[in-house]
Design a protein around this ligand. Structure first.
Ligand SMILES: [Cu+2]
Length: 151
């Protein structure tokens, strides 16, 4: 094989690898009022692929996104009230996160990275979180979200 053919083969291999591992960025907004009610992440449930990232946008001021529970080996995140924070997700499984000041109003979200290997642990984490929700009208927001999206 001549050098050029080898080189071409290498380039093609890199390009195919790039396609297979093309990671995407998704946006989750933090809102005072959204389609699903007040004090919400939008979308509250999002399914992404391993290696994708999420940009948490503090559309309305005074919100954060902080990990409540995640799969084994994942790193907890905290957007610290910054206007925009990019978090990359490399560990498969379900993540539950909340807005610390509005957790009692059920301001929380679920992220599924590829699979649902930690579904049982996460069902318990959602139940535990829901016990801290004080507003009756959104008491089951997170378990409803969990049950309708994760199977
Ligand atoms: Cu909030």
């Amino acid at each position: 094989m001549c050098k050029f053919t080898k080189f071409l083969g290498l380039i093609i291999a890199i390009m195919l690898g790039g396609i297979a591992h093309a990671s995407e960025n998704h946006v989750v907004k933090m809102l005072n009022n959204g389609a699903e009610g007040s004090m919400v992440f939008e979308p509250a449930f999002i399914k992404i692929n391993t290696g994708d990232s999420i940009t948490f946008e503090m559309t309305d001021a005074g919100h954060n996104a902080v990990t409540v529970a995640g799969p084994d080996g994942s790193v907890a995140f905290d957007t610290k009230y910054k206007p925009s924070t990019v978090i990359k997700f490399d560990v498969n499984g379900i993540y539950l996160y909340k807005c610390a000041p509005h957790a009692m109003m059920a301001m929380a979200g679920l992220i599924q990275v590829s699979d649902a290997n930690n579904k049982d642990e996460m069902a318990k984490a959602v139940e535990k979180f829901e016990a801290t929700v004080m507003m009756p009208n959104v008491k089951t927001r997170m378990s409803d979200l969990f049950n309708s999206n994760i199977n």
